[in-house]
Design a protein around this ligand. Structure first.
Ligand SMILES: *Cc1c(COP(=O)(O)O)cnc(C)c1O
Length: 232
């Protein structure tokens, strides 16, 4: 089987999973977008995905993302940055990313706005919220209590469009329980920011649970492109 056939077949399976989860949740398929996570996979795979109708791709490491976005600039894809962000890289990320999903602290806002400004184009922003218990080590994402302040800074920065929230279910916890908490956080958030309705949640292993709890974007890597090398 060619790489193209292989990717087409697994993409089809993922699209069916999304459709089935939407049907089960009584939601329209149009409400859930697929972002294919292409980290560790070559630009040639990104090209195959574009041919198969994929419009949104996600990357989590700046150097790799920057190179791939440049190599695939002709494809008209929307690039989502979904990884941990260093503030000294944030302006550069905003120069190619259409959506930055992993904004989790105030320090990133100024550099992102500068990057968007020098590119001359608005950048969509999602605030990454942590679903870890308070005080957990290695948490990535803002504490729910810090979202209001972070949202205000994004809105005041100019050139950044506050679109919603992003989260990753903590390892070792039932995804349904984690995404149920996320749905509550989002309900409060949307009350204060009625236009920021995007919710990026769900990956290869838990996209059904995320869709049950209101995800509007699922970020799926390995179920489409195969296993990544384990060194990450
Ligand atoms: C890698 C990654 C994904 C995709 O994970 P899979 O399990 O391969 O689908 C989704 N979200 C984030 C933030 C990631 O880093």
């Amino acid at each position: 089987m060619s790489r193209g056939d292989e990717v087409a077949a697994s993409l089809d399976v993922v699209r069916r999973r999304i459709a089935a989860a939407c049907a089960e949740a009584g939601r329209s398929e149009d409400d859930v977008s697929l972002v294919v996570v292409t980290k560790f996979f070559p630009a040639s795979d990104v090209r195959l995905l574009a041919e198969l109708g994929v419009t949104d791709v996600g990357e989590n490491r700046h150097q790799e993302a920057e190179a791939k976005a440049a190599e695939c600039a002709d494809l008209g894809l929307r690039w989502h940055f979904i990884g941990g962000l260093q503030s000294n890289k944030a302006a550069a990320v905003a120069s190619y990313a259409d959506v930055v999903e992993s904004v989790d602290r105030a320090k990133l806002v100024g550099p992102l706005a500068r990057g968007a400004h020098s590119r001359g184009r608005d950048v969509d922003v999602l605030l990454q919220v942590s679903l870890d218990p308070p005080g957990a080590d290695n948490r990535s994402g803002a504490a729910p209590a810090d979202l209001a302040d972070l949202a205000r800074r994004v809105e005041e920065a100019g050139m950044l469009r506050l679109c919603g929230l992003m989260a990753v279910a903590p390892l070792g916890e039932d995804a349904d329980a984690a995404f149920a908490r996320l749905a509550e956080v989002r309900e409060t958030f949307v009350r204060d920011h009625p236009r920021a309705t995007a919710l990026s949640a769900g990956m290869s292993g838990d996209l059904e649970a995320a869709i049950r709890h209101g995800a509007t974007h699922v970020r799926v890597g390995s179920a489409v492109l195969g296993e990544r090398p384990t060194v990450q």
